[in-house]
Design a protein around this ligand. Structure first.
Ligand code: FDA
Length: 300
């Protein structure tokens, strides 16, 4: 029930636009690294000092105007320049809908190509985040086109999709982030039951660890993390073949612990003033995250 409510709120375009005007509110500042590049680089440096690398996401969705998509592209290129200039350990995560996928496929592809080409000049990886099922195939098509020219690009496999197993086999030679899946998807396309999703998640992770190029295991679920720790040990999978990923601000102790245990760890660092949809999806995943809101309201 609460999950559906927050997913519904995350897609409310009126609230989304209103939130942009008011800066980081409702506790969002606990899970969003900053509203501009300078603040974000500072947060990345702090994480790097603990041996944690970062993947940076310029927050944004519901982009239906070319000017807005072009501005997002320019901002992401500015982040790439800042990563390079500051010599921080970070790469890029981006969402095709922010770069014009809902406007025009070729326009979006060209925007992504400019970003990937610039990142390639500096040897910076670009991850194409995966959104809902309506955007899945065109996002894979973009990946196919870009990876025919560049090697610094990868994507995400969402374990709730029935097609995920086929996708992971097809893309085994890519650097892949594997996640459970964050959007509300219909039964025709995706598992609904948590147990089925978890089972498929583990199956996909094990497959890519054994056969894939590089695996980013993106989860806050300690049961999955403990399973992976045992699996890599039993199968002698070296540390440089995988990393754990978590979102900025969540399970900070566990993030530090995994890094100090010698695992590669990467924090997903979202920034910008378009934080609303991202924040609502985090509340949908785990209503206990409402604590962040409550703390904010009472700690004024
Ligand atoms: P889940 O929410 O299923 O929780 C499982 C258990 O873990 C909980 O019952 C609890 O015991 C524990 N737990 C979870 N969070 C906790 C917390 N904060 N504190 C204490 N215990 C906690 N999705 C997508 O569709 N496309 C994408 O591109 C991405 N990208 C992405 C990047 C990164 C780095 C991450 C971490 C996640 C994504 N996701 C995503 C989101 C992903 O699909 C998923 O919705 C969330 O990670 C939530 O699922 P979890 O696996 O984290 O655990």
């Amino acid at each position: 029930m609460l999950k559906d409510l927050f997913i519904g709120l995350s897609q409310n375009q009126f609230l989304n636009s209103a939130a942009k005007k008011y800066g980081l509110k409702l506790g969002a500042q606990n899970v969003v690294a900053g509203t501009n590049i300078e603040e974000t680089i500072k947060s990345i440096k702090e994480l790097n000092a603990h041996g944690i690398s970062c993947t940076v996401d310029n927050l944004g969705e519901f982009v239906y105007q070319k000017e807005e998509a072009t501005a997002a592209k320019e901002q992401i290129i500015a982040v790439i320049e800042a990563i390079h200039d500051n010599k921080v350990d970070a790469h890029i995560s981006l969402k095709p809908t922010q770069l014009g996928l809902d406007i025009d496929y070729t326009f979006c592809l060209n925007n992504l190509e400019e970003i990937v080409a610039k990142a390639s000049d500096y040897d910076i990886h670009v991850n194409i985040d995966m959104e809902d099922h309506g955007h899945l195939q065109p996002s894979f098509d973009i990946l196919d086109e870009l990876s025919s020219k560049y090697t610094n690009v990868g994507t995400v496999i969402q374990a709730y999709f029935y097609r995920a197993e086929e996708d992971i086999q097809k893309y085994k030679n890519y650097r892949l982030r594997i996640v459970k899946g964050a959007y509300k998807e219909p039964e025709d396309y995706a598992y609904q039951d948590k147990k089925d999703i978890d089972k498929n998640f583990i199956k996909l992770i094990e497959y890519h660890l054994l056969h894939g190029k590089f695996t980013s295991i993106a989860t806050h679920d300690h049961n999955i993390i403990n399973h992976v720790k045992k699996f890599v040990k039993a199968n002698q999978i070296p540390n440089d073949k995988f990393e754990f990923q978590m979102l900025y601000g969540f399970r900070k102790d566990l993030q530090l612990q995994l890094a100090s245990e010698g695992y590669n760890f990467c924090t997903y660092v979202p920034f910008g003033n378009d934080w609303y949809g991202y924040f609502m999806r985090r509340l949908a995943e785990r209503p206990q995250n409402l604590n962040l809101v409550v703390k904010q309201v009472f700690n004024k």
